[in-house]
Design a protein. Sequence first.
Length: 539
Amino acid sequence: MKGKLLVIGFGPGSNEHITERAREAIQESDIIIGYKTYVELVEELVTGQEIISTGMTEEVSRAQEAVRQAELGKKVAVISSGDAGVYGMAGLVYEVLIEKGWKKATGVEVEVIPGISAINSCASLLGAPVMHDACTISLSDHLTPWDLIEKRIEAAAQADFVIALYNPKSGRRTRQILEAQRILLKYRSPDTPVGLVKSAYRERQSVVMTNLKEMLNHEIGMLTTVMIGNASTFFYDDLMITPRGYQRKYTLNQTEQPLKPHQRLQKNAEPWALEQFDTSISIKSEEVAANVKASTREIAEEALLAIFGESEGVENSFIKQPIQSIFELAVSPGVANKKFTPKQMMTLVEVVGEEGVMEYTQDHHFKLQIPTSDPDRVIEKLKAEQFLLSPVGDVLTLKACDFCEGEKKDSIPFAEEIQEKLGGIELPKELKIGFNGCGMACYGAVKEDIGIVYRKGAFDLFLGAKTAGRNAHSGQIVAEGIAPDQIVSVVEKIVQEFKEKGYPNERFYKFFKRVKRVQGFEYQDITPSIKIEAAVCGD
Ligand code: SAH
């Protein structure tokens, strides 16, 4: 009978976090070999197997014993906490086998069973600190020379990896974590978030949020994993979070918005992308590339210099560069007012700056994209100039006419009330309300998702225009003469219904066509005599 080696990672230590296969493997084994504490942790799964437990430092003899027993025909479970392939027993078992000339085809069978490693279990307790490129470094210099460990810390620190430090400290090894901190501080700010997780998912679990400067003032031991954030990691409500992307992008009412693919692919949205290098900063990067000795760090610094300019100072800027967010919002002079004052234009120039983007859109507003770490300040400045601010994205926008330069002013308060109550609210898809102050509707209210036209002291209501495409059409008139004291609440209810029942990404006209009736207003099926084929974007 041929034996088998089952090299098992049993996860952080709690029963729920062991994989099904690991559980089975322990149960189907004849012998369990592992470090004492580990054997205790899986005690519940032991059903009469022989147990060989040894001390911490006897890893090699454990591996040798496991191989010997397997060669005698036993099914041997070699257990490691976390994952057996991460500073665990998997490598050692193979090394012992190889030493003996073992071959996959003819030797004892080996199965390595994956488990949740400390970097993952600890991350889950901290929030989402890993998220981006990360590495693990073990500070144990029992089997690895310290100068190599030092080099790895240095490299990871420089390259802005999130770092999970395993084996940070033990009774006798106390200096390593101090040295690690010293190296990290050469490249990262003292207030870089650090999470200390001890005994994740075990009885004496503890989670501490601290920073690079303060971390040694807390207890760190053999059962701690030290999670070092990268330059953009932040704390929020006792959670440690690393943003997924290099820059965070947000607008007024959504703190984090994923960029839509077409936005992401725009060059101005990704100044750091490789593609950019052969255009805007080609000369410098070519020079750097020509210098074969240039390190990645130098190339990156060169890139940052080209993007941010000399003024930022390049010394350590690669790492210390504060990660700004792109704040996105829309501005206009007002609901009815279409005129910018010179002072407003100057304020726009000031807040948008050299780095920002100001885009004139079809929605009667400028869309601003401003790299900033202080969006509140931007809002403050714009509000001081009486700008009307609204978020961008799948939100409601109101496009009103200019009410004949304010002459036909009777319905302006209603437009303003709708803006006040509904402007900027999030919806399944962007929705535009057109609001025109007389029956001429010269600003095209009937061509918006919802059209409101003031006429003879009351309001006409149009729903479901298709605003673009070869088969574009106006909205259907669903009511005439809605009383002024009714109009705002009627519109509010329609929008509410769309918010509740619209499918994600469903345009209002499609929604109206699908549900057939919104707030009692019926959809009329008017099929044009010629069948108009819809054209896709770019057709
Ligand atoms: N194979 C294991 C790592 C073994 S090295 C794994 O993949 O997780 C031992 C180190 O792992 C400890 O010093 C500690 O840094 C980390 N560690 C293991 N289990 C842990 C737990 N439950 N909580 C926190 N850290 C843990």
